[in-house]
Design a protein around this ligand. Structure first.
Ligand code: NDP
Ligand code: PYC
Length: 348
């Protein structure tokens, strides 16, 4: 293993492949199969590489405690079911969603190309990660893709008084003629639960409108949101009904349609240390070459240019691609103490 190079502050710069290898070692050491370790390490290392900190290396202790708790099966073998010409279903068998997706990926893309559109429904799955890694590869193959996953009850529906929805992210990816795919990936809550955890550890306050305390009162203290409080849907004071409606849609499409749990349905109280939601995920992909007769990637480029002309210089995904390029050129920035902790988890 190479010696990490010192970064500007208390960070080290770790070569991407080395970081990914350490993550594989951690996962396998804590009870996953080699296939599952590879799928999780690819996702988590990519998040750290792209500066998507709420689902980067910070998540590893949560994966480890979840595996130790017996809540998830790290060696689950997903079962892919061909339901209809445009519909694949995967029973993740209480394992992680990423290896379940991987098991179905090639057959899914074949269906998309054959039918113009296909759905992949994953159930009995744990998704503890960023979603964009699930759709960006489809866009790199020229497809348009949408995915959503529900999580754990920690978001109060608009006008409500108790946590019901998950943070329920939606990710979308579309191919562009002259650049990396256009990708957005956003929680339907005011922010991701992971960012509240990070703020709590750092001792930072969060903006008003992110969450409420255990009494339902607005708070800027992340610990009050985490300990008995809840997050709010995105959209702010006058628009939370919109975030709430999208969170509702995610519950229906990622859970009801797939056969997974709603965010409020699973009970992990008998598994101390468990952190990964046991729910479902839906992926929809479209082959644009079969639709409008126009060159979709060119049309996407035209829209991006028009947005830039209208003053929107930063597109969703731009920040991640820029950080990705820096990480691949100089090494992935990692907090030095965190890296040391991960090396210890990886063992000798
Ligand atoms: P952010 O609010 O940070 O970003 C949401 C999207 O908006 C990103 O695509 C981002 O692009 C884009 N964006 C941000 N700022 C701008 C801007 N000024 N102009 C244009 N676009 C912008 O994400 P969230 O906090 O909502 O979610 C973070 C992550 O948490 C996601 O990856 C999500 O999948 C994950 N998550 C996972 C859950 C799970 O159950 N597995 C649950 C909830 C969240 P860019 O990437 O370039 O910054
Ligand atoms: O950050 O909201 C979140 C989250 C929930 C499950 C995994 N990540």
């Amino acid at each position: 293993m190479t010696t990490p190079t010192l970064g500007p502050t208390d960070q080290v710069l770790i070569p991407f492949d080395e970081m990914r290898a350490v993550l594989c070692q951690i996962f396998e050491r804590h009870g996953t199969s080699a296939e599952v370790a590879a799928a999780l390490a690819d996702n988590c290392a990519a998040a750290q590489r792209d500066g998507a900190m709420s689902h980067g290396l910070f998540r590893i202790p949560g994966y480890v405690s979840t595996l130790k708790s017996g809540w998830v099966d790290g060696k689950a073998v997903p079962v892919v079911e061909d339901k209809a010409p445009g519909f694949l279903s995967v029973d993740a068998a209480n394992g992680y969603a990423q290896p379940a997706y991987r098991a179905a990926y090639e057959a899914f893309v074949r269906k998309v190309r054959a039918n113009g559109i296909a759905l992949l429904a994953i159930r009995r799955s744990h998704h503890f990660a960023a979603l964009w890694p699930d759709v960006e590869p489809l866009a790199r193959e020229g497809l348009v893709a949408l995915t959503m996953v529900n999580s754990m009850a920690c978001v109060v529906p608009s006008g409500g008084n108790k946590a019901l929805f998950g943070t329920n992210p939606i990710a979308f990816a579309a191919p562009r003629e002259n650049g990396d795919p256009l990708v957005f990936d956003l929680a339907t809550s005011a922010t991701a639960h992971g960012d509240i955890q990070i703020a709590a550890r750092a001792g930072h306050e969060v903006p008003i409108g992110y969450g409420v305390d255990r009494h339902g009162e607005p708070t800027t203290k992340p610990k009050e949101i985490l300990e008995g409080g809840a997050l709010l849907p995105f959209g702010g004071e006058h628009g939370a009904h919109k975030g709430s409606a999208l969170a509702m849609m995610v519950e229906l499409l990622a859970a009801a349609l797939t056969g997974g749990n709603f965010s409020f349905e699973f009970d992990w109280s008998q598994h101390p240390g468990a952190q990964s939601p046991y729910t479902g995920q839906l992926i929809i992909a479209i082959d644009p070459s079969l639709t409008s007769g126009q060159n979709f990637a060119q049309r996407c480029e035209t829209l991006v240019q028009a947005m830039a002309d209208a003053g929107q210089q930063r597109q969703p995904g731009d920040r991640r691609y820029e950080q990705r390029a820096r990480s691949m050129a100089h090494g992935v920035p990692v907090d030095a103490a965190q890296w040391q902790q991960l090396l210890e988890l990886a063992g000798p």
